[in-house]
Design a protein around this ligand. Structure first.
Ligand code: APR
Length: 167
């Protein structure tokens, strides 16, 4: 079941939350900053041992002080106009996180809107990629949460979900 919610992802009591990180995995602003703040310094120590992460890939750490059991750190594409393979990289982020969550035994998972903040990915296009990549996994998880951080984002995801259901 895919559920679109508005929440601070660091508050969610789920098995796995996804972090929209950068390739250093050493923290940043946005949701990355919020997750590190809430998880505590042990998260940064764990990330230091991971040796970074390539775009489209995912690495897992425990959740430490977060209510979530684990954090799936992924690196989304930086928007460069749409001709640099951004959609394929974003698709791989969602695909790899969904796969990694299953291999780590997660039954509930929450995603932020990867790449749509600092990385500038157009929100509606990103929402269609996110939801269409999640759909084949609906029955593999008890719940897949799309965790929006604003009403505007909620609305974009609800419209995108409606358009996918019509296809
Ligand atoms: N909970 C849920 N969603 C959040 C939160 C939060 N606490 N904080 C921000 N967001 C949302 C933003 O509103 C946006 O919709 O997460 C989405 C992704 O935005 P960013 O966090 O800016 O991530 P991204 O666009 O992928 O850029 C990644 O930003 O923070 C740095 O280190 C990070 O360099 C990396 C880059």
């Amino acid at each position: 079941m895919i559920e679109i919610i508005k929440a601070d992802i660091t508050h969610l009591q789920v098995d796995a939350i996804v972090n929209a990180a950068n390739s250093s995995l050493l923290g940043g602003g946005g949701v990355d900053g919020a997750i590190h703040m809430a998880a505590g310094p042990a998260l940064l120590d764990a990330c230091r041992k991971l040796g970074g992460c390539h775009e489209g890939e995912v690495k897992v750490t425990p959740g430490f002080d977060l209510p979530a059991k684990m954090v799936l750190h992924t690196v989304g594409p930086q928007w460069q106009g749409g001709e640099a393979g951004e959609s394929g990289i974003l698709t791989r982020c969602y695909e790899n996180c969904l796969q990694m969550g299953l291999s780590e035994g997660a039954r509930t998972i929450a995603f932020p809107a990867i790449s749509t903040g600092v990385y500038g990915y157009p929100k509606r296009q990103a929402a269609v990629i996110a939801l269409s990549t999640m759909q084949p996994y609906e029955d593999s998880y008890d719940k897949i949460f799309v965790c929006c951080f604003s009403d505007a984002d909620m609305w974009i995801y609800q419209k995108a979900m409606a358009s996918l259901e019509l296809e």
